[in-house]
Design a binder for this molecule. Structure first.
Ligand code: GTP
Ligand code: MG
Length: 440
C-alpha cells in the first residue's frame, strides 16, 4: 500500500540521517526531496509546498530540545506536520446513549455503499443498534447491493423503491429508526443527471436529515482530483469526517492527505479491501509512522532520549584507576542495556535491520535484572570492595536476593573481568566503550 509515497519519504529521511551534518543546505535539500515525493504521490502541489515550507520553517527556527539531535528534530517535525495534516488523533466517537445519524457523501464508485455496509457491521459488533437507509434513487440495484451487505451482519435496511425523492427517503428512514436504533447510516447516490445536481441533492439531504456526522468517502486511487472533489462537497455540505477507500490497491496515498487538507476534517476510517471486514479505524500517527517506515516514531524518539548516556565523571575516574565498585559496574550494565534497547528500535529502520541479534539483547537485559537484585542485597562495604565477599557472604547474598549462588559467582567473575580489562588497557578500552555507547 502507498509504495511510492513510502519509498520516497524513507529515501529522503535516510539521506538526511546519513549526512554528516545538518546545516541549512542539507535541510533545503531534504525539503526539495519531500516536495518531489509528495507531488509524485498525487498530493496537490500547493499543499505539498505548504506542508514542506512549514517543516522547513520550523526546523530552521526551532531549537532542538536538549538531548535531541538535529536529525531527530527534523524527522520528528516532519512526522508531526504530516500527522497534523491528516487531522490529528481521536477518530469518531459515537455515543450509544443517543440516536446518531450519519450521512455518506461521495462521487460514484468511491465506495459509499460498501463503507455503509462495513460501518454497519463494525458498529454492530461494538454493540450499537444499527439501521441503514438506502437513499440512492439513481443507481438501479443500489437497494439490493445495500441489503446484501447489511444482511451479512443482520442489520436492518430502510428502503422505499416507489419513492423517487431521495431527500424524502433519507428523512423518513431516520425517523423510522429513531425509536429502535442508536446509529443510523444513510447511503446516498453518487450520480445525478447533471453534476451540479448531485451536490444540490446532498445539500438538501443534509438540510433535511440534519445528521450528526457527514462522512465524505474518497477513492484513494484517484489522485490529484481528490482535493477539488473534497472541496466541492465540503462547500455543499460541511464534511465532518473522511473515509479513504481502496488503500489496498494502487493508491498513492496523496488523496487521503489532500482530502483532509481541503476540508479540514479528520480521516476516520480507511477501506483496505473488498471484504466486509476490510475497514480500519484510522490513526494518523500510525499511518505516518508506517509511511516513514519507523514503526512508531515516537517510541524511537523516546529511546533516543533515554539512551543519551550521562557520563558520571567521578565514576569514570574510579573505574579507570582500578577502584571500581559494584554500583559502578551496575551503572555500566544499565547504560549498555539502554543502548541495546535503542538498537532494537533501530532494527525497524531500513539499513539498520539485522545489525543486532534481538535474542541476545533480551538475554543481556534479563541478566542485568538478575545482577541488579544481587547487588541490592550487598552491604555498602561489599559493594565498595567486592573482593571481600567470601563463601558465607556469597550464600547470604544469594539468599537475600532470591538468586542462585551460581548467579552471584557469575556477577563476581564479570566484575573481575571488567576490572582486569580496565587495568590492562589503562582505561583505554573503557573510554572507547563509553564513547561507543554514548555519542554514536
Ligand atoms: N479493493 C477495494 N475495493 C473497494 C473498497 N471499497 C469499495 N470497493 C469497491 O469499489 C466499488 C464501488 O463501491 P461502491 O460501494 O458500490 O461505491 P459507491 O460509492 O456506493 O458507488 P455509487 O453507488 O455508484 O455511487 C465496488 O466494486 C467495491 O467492491 C476497498 O477498500 N478496497
Ligand atoms: Mg452506492
Amino acid at each position: 500500500m502507498l509504495d511510492s509515497l513510502r519509498d520516497g519519504l524513507q529515501a529522503a529521511v535516510r539521506k538526511l540521517v546519513g549526512s554528516t551534518t545538518v546545516d541549512e543546505k542539507t535541510v533545503k535539500e531534504f525539503i526539495r526531496d519531500l516536495q518531489r515525493t509528495l507531488i509524485q504521490a498525487d498530493v496537490n502541489v500547493k499543499m505539498a509546498l505548504e506542508v514542506t515550507e512549514r517543516v522547513e520553517k520550523r526546523v530552521l527556527q526551532e531549537k532542538p530540545a536538549p538531548g535531541i539531535t538535529r536529525k531527530d528534530q527534523v524527522v520528528s517535525v516532519l512526522y508531526e506536520e504530516l500527522a497534523k495534516l491528516l487531522g490529528g488523533e481521536g477518530g469518531m466517537s459515537l455515543n450509544k446513549g443517543k440516536n446518531t445519524a450519519v450521512v455518506m457523501l461521495g462521487v460514484q464508485g468511491s465506495g459509499k455503499t460498501t463503507v455503509t455496509g462495513k460501518m454497519a457491521r463494525y458498529y454492530s459488533k461494538k454493540g450499537f443498534k444499527v439501521g441503514v437507509v438506502a437513499a440512492d434513487t439513481f443507481r438501479p440495484g443500489a437497494v439490493v447491493q445495500l441489503k446484501t451487505l447489511a444482511s451479512s451482519s443482520g442489520v436492518e435496511v430502510y428502503s422505499d423503491e416507489r419513492e423517487k425523492d431521495s431527500v424524502k427517503i433519507a428523512k423518513a428512514g431516520r425517523k423510522f429508526f429513531e425509536p429502535s436504533k442508536n446509529l443510523v447510516i444513510i447511503d446516498t447516490a453518487g450520480r445525478h443527471k447533471e453534476e451540479k445536481g448531485l451536490l444540490q441533492e446532498m445539500k438538501e439531504i443534509v438540510g433535511a436529515v440534519k445528521p450528526d456526522v457527514t462522512l465524505l468517502v474518497i477513492d484513494g486511487t484517484i489522485g490529484q482530483q481528490c482535493y477539488n472533489q473534497a472541496l466541492a462537497f465540503h462547500q455543499a455540505a460541511p464534511v465532518g469526517g473522511i473515509v479513504v477507500t481502496k488503500l489496498d490497491g494502487a493508491a498513492k496515498g496523496g488523496g487521503a492527505l489532500a482530502a483532509a487538507a481541503a476540508t479540514g476534517a479528520k480521516v476516520v476510517f480507511i477501506g483496505t479491501g473488498e471484504r466486509i471486514d476490510d475497514l480500519e479505524e484510522f490513526a494518523p500517527s500510525r499511518f505516518v509512522g508506517r509511511l516513514l517506515g519507523m514503526g512508531d516514531l515516537r517510541a524511537l524518539m523516546e529511546m533516543v532520549r533515554m539512551s543519551e548516556v550521562e557520563v558520571d565523571e567521578k565514576a569514570a575516574q574510579r573505574v579507570m584507576s582500578g577502584k571500581m565498585t559494584m554500583d559502578d559496574l551496575l551503572a555500566q550494565f544499565e547504560q549498555m542495556n539502554k543502548f541495546g534497547s535503542l538498537k532494537k528500535v533501530l532494527e525497524h529502520i531500513p539499513g539498520f535491520a539485522g545489525a543486532m541479534n534481538p535474542q541476545e539483547l533480551e538475554k543481556a537485559e534479563g541478566r542485568v535484572k538478575v545482577y541488579k537484585s544481587i547487588i541490592q542485597s550487598m552491604t555498602g562495604a561489599e559493594k565498595a570492595d567486592p573482593e571481600r565477599i567470601n563463601s558465607s557472604r556469597l550464600k547470604r547474598i544469594a539468599r537475600g536476593s532470591g538468586r542462585s549462588e551460581r548467579d552471584v559467582r557469575e556477577l563476581l567473575s564479570r566484575y573481575k573481568q571488567m576490572k582486569s580489562l580496565v587495568k590492562a588497557s589503562k582505561g583505554r578500552e573503557f573510554r572507547q566503550m563509553m564513547r561507543r555507547a554514548g555519542a554514536e
